[in-house]
Structure formats: structure tokens, C-alpha cells
Write a protein that binds this ligand. Structure first.
Ligand code: PMP
Ligand code: GLU
Length: 397
């Protein structure tokens, strides 16, 4: 019998982290692996942000900070939300956390009682359903397809709502599909939420700056539901700061106070030095962010051209983030060296073993038909990776 709690026994390991670990292990054995598994910008953190962190250490920003973050950082976040997103929040409504991941977990744990339902459109980011499990909530999935650009309709949303629905959780731009909801599409969803005042909405906007179509739109812009929206954002993607561990939530005051209380019992505030770096990021302008965005757009176009050229993959052109999520069902049932590919997870292991390219199977994103490729890698690596994928897939008969 396991000594471990049911809570942890029921939890699934993060597949993004797992595939990255497998890729690292293979690389440590001397294999030349290209990892397109982890969604992480390949750029360095901009220089002025690193300088601010060095200075913070010299100035002895090395003590515990307030749980919700330094007051000037919370103010900088509120200012950013007002300037960039036209969303009005007071600094007291912002809680800074150890990554957007913790901000998401905080919000779910503060809102969901055991048995309550959380609606999640699929494909979704790997940790959503697992965080709901930790809260002992029940995930209710709305399926989407590549043909509908992986976006749900107001009608699909309304059909998924029950008296037990407490929360709706989504990302736009979306990880893993790169889909971006337009203002009109968000308005359609907001109108449904207006009719159900018991439902809260987690809007994960961590990819807001990696958007190739329009300016970013937040579902929090609709006044009738804003009180019930929790905006989640962070610095990992926009400022290439994945290792610094800083994200935040913006919510109504009651929830912000609850999140502060929860975080105070689990991790306290995030790192003091990281927070000073966060202030520098939000006061240093968007130049580096836009440069990275342009590089991602160029790579998206490059990879799209190469992927379209591979027979058997069904792929759409994503409007944001840095992922492709091709449908790979045409390979199911095919085999190589006696090994049959039954699903997308098996295909991703085959691509790692035979093509030495790490991608993530769609199952952990709630979609068994697809694989996720991150194109946050150098152009030459992407070209080589697509060649390898094409070569490996051609072996399947
Ligand atoms: N949300 C989404 C959709 C993500 O892809 C990620 C990836 N890291 C996160 C949240 C968490 O970001 P972090 O904890 O690095 O701020
Ligand atoms: N968000 C990234 C991804 O989806 C990082 C991995 C993670 O935090 O799970 O790959």
C-alpha cells in the first residue's frame, strides 16, 4: 500500500516537464536531441532586467517581502494593466506569486470546493486539470477541433454549465494551440457569463504579447463580469524570465485577500530579487518584448511552411503563443520495426527515439489526436527538427 496521499497518487506528472526530462537524459547520453517540448523562450532575459537584479542584491533586497509582493511592484502591475490592457485595478487587487503557475493554483484553491465543476475548453494547458484535481473539483471539458481553430462557441459554453459550475478557465493566446480569441468572440462568452452570476472566470493571459493578429483582448474588459474575472499573467514568456519565477493575479479584493492568506501559508512571497527585476521589466518599455514577438512570428511562418509539407499532419496557422498542435491521427495504427503507434503519446515517444526530436503528446492537454511542438528555438534547429520529424514519420507504414 502506498504511503502517499490519494491527493498525490491521483495527480499526473506534468508531461511538458517529463518530455523535457527525457530529452535531457538522452542528450546526457551523447544523443543530439532537439527539444521542442518545453514552452520556454530561447532568448536571454533582457540586460536591463538582469542589471536591476544585480543592483537589488547589492542594495540588500534580500529579506522577506510582503506576501503579495513589494508595494511598488504591485503598483507597477496595476499601472501596466491600465496602460496596456485598459483594465482598472488598484494595487491592493494584485497578488504577485512564484510564477503564473502558482497564481493559477492560488485562484483555483481559493474558489473551488470539493465536487464543484470547473469548465475547461480542450485542448488546455497541462496543469489546469491537475490543479483542479488538487482542489478536489471536477473538470468539465468542452471539446474543440482544429477545424474550429480550437475555439469554443457561446453555445458550447452554455451547454456545459450546470448548477455545480463554479469556474471557467482558459488561456488566450492559448497554450497549446496558439489560438487567440477576438474581442467579439470574448464578448459572446461574456454574455453567457452575465446570465450565470455564480461563475468565476480565470483568464490566463501569459502569452498576451505573443500575438500576431491584433492587440491583446482580455475578457476582463466587459464591465458586467469584471468582478468575477481573475486575470493571470506573468513575466516568463513576455520577458524571457522562466527561471525567475514571477507571475500574478488581478482579481476582486475579497479574492485577492484570500489569495494573500493562502500564499502566506505555503510559499510566502516570491523571491525579493526577482521582484526588483519585475519592477525593472515593467518600467523598461516594450522594445525587447516586441523584438521577441517578431522573431516568434517569423519562426511561426517558417515552421508552418515546413509542417504543411509533411504528409499526414493536419495543421492550422496559430495566431499567437509559440506552439503548433498538429492532428496526427493519420499515423495511428501504423508501425515501424514491429512497434504499432496507437496514440499521440506513443507517436511523441517514437519521434524522440527515431527522430531525436522531443515534442509533447496531446493527451495531457486533453486531446489524444495531436502533438504539441514549441517553436521557441533557433531557426536552424527548427529546420533540422522538421526534417527529422518528416524522416521519422516516413518510416511508419
Ligand atoms: N499558463 C500557461 C498557459 C503557460 O503556458 C505557462 C507556462 N509556463 C504558465 C501559465 C506558467 O508560467 P510561469 O509559472 O512560468 O509564470
Ligand atoms: N508553459 C510551459 C509549457 O507549457 C512550461 C512548462 C510548464 O510550466 O509546465 O511547456
Amino acid at each position: 500500500m502506498s504511503i502517499l496521499s490519494n491527493r498525490i497518487n491521483n495527480l499526473t506528472e506534468s508531461q511538458t516537464m517529463k518530455m523535457n526530462k527525457l530529452a535531457r537524459e538522452l542528450a546526457a547520453k551523447g544523443v543530439d536531441v532537439i527539444s521542442l517540448s518545453l514552452g520556454e523562450p530561447d532568448f536571454h532575459t533582457p540586460g536591463h532586467i538582469k542589471e536591476a537584479a544585480k543592483q537589488a542584491m547589492d542594495e540588500n533586497y534580500t529579506y522577506y517581502t510582503p506576501v503579495a509582493g513589494y508595494p511598488d511592484l504591485r503598483k507597477a502591475v496595476a499601472h501596466k494593466l491600465s496602460e496596456e490592457n485598459h483594465l482598472d485595478y488598484d494595487a491592493s487587487q494584485i497578488v504577485v506569486s512564484t510564477g503564473a503557475k502558482q497564481a493559477l493554483a492560488n485562484a483555483v484553491l481559493c474558489l473551488v470546493n470539493p465536487g464543484e465543476e470547473v469548465i475547461i475548453p480542450t485542448p488546455y494547458w497541462v496543469s489546469y486539470s491537475e490543479i483542479v484535481k488538487l482542489a478536489e473539483g471536477k473538470s468539465v471539458f468542452i471539446n474543440t477541433t482544429v477545424e474550429q481553430n480550437f475555439k469554443i462557441t457561446p453555445q458550447q459554453l452554455e451547454e456545459a454549465i450546470t448548477p455545480l459550475t463554479k469556474l471557467f478557465m482558459f488561456s488566450s493566446p492559448c497554450n497549446p494551440t496558439g489560438s487567440v480569441y477576438s474581442k467579439a468572440e470574448l464578448q459572446g462568452l461574456a454574455e453567457v457569463f452575465e446570465r450565470y452570476p455564480q461563475i468565476y472566470i480565470i483568464s490566463d493571459e501569459i502569452y498576451e504579447h505573443i500575438n500576431f493578429v491584433d492587440s491583446h483582448e482580455s475578457i476582463a474588459q466587459f464591465d458586467a463580469i469584471k468582478e468575477r474575472v481573475i486575470v493571470i499573467n506573468g513575466f516568463s514568456k513576455a520577458y524571457a524570465m522562466t527561471g525567475w519565477r514571477i507571475g500574478y493575479s488581478a482579481s476582486n479584493k475579497e479574492l485577492a485577500t484570500a489569495i494573500d492568506k493562502l500564499q502566506g501559508q505555503i510559499t510566502s512571497a516570491t523571491c525579493s530579487i526577482t521582484q526588483r527585476a519585475g519592477v525593472a521589466a515593467y518600467s523598461g518599455g516594450l522594445e525587447s518584448v516586441l523584438q521577441m514577438r517578431d522573431a516568434f512570428k517569423r519562426r511561426r511562418d517558417l515552421v508552418y511552411g515546413l509542417l504543411k509539407d509533411i504528409d499526414g499532419l493536419k495543421v492550422n496557422l496559430p495566431d499567437g503563443a509559440f506552439y503548433f498542435f498538429p492532428d496526427v491521427t493519420s499515423y495511428f495504427g501504423k508501425s515501424y520495426n514491429g512497434k504499432v503507434i496507437n496514440d499521440a503519446d506513443e507517436l511523441s515517444l517514437f519521434l524522440l527515439e527515431e527522430g531525436h526530436v522531443a515534442v509533447v503528446g496531446g493527451d495531457s492537454f486533453g486531446d489524444r489526436k495531436s502533438i504539441r511542438l514549441s517553436y521557441a528555438a533557433a531557426d536552424e534547429k527548427l529546420i533540422e527538427a522538421m526534417n527529422r520529424i518528416k524522416g521519422a514519420l516516413a518510416k511508419l507504414q
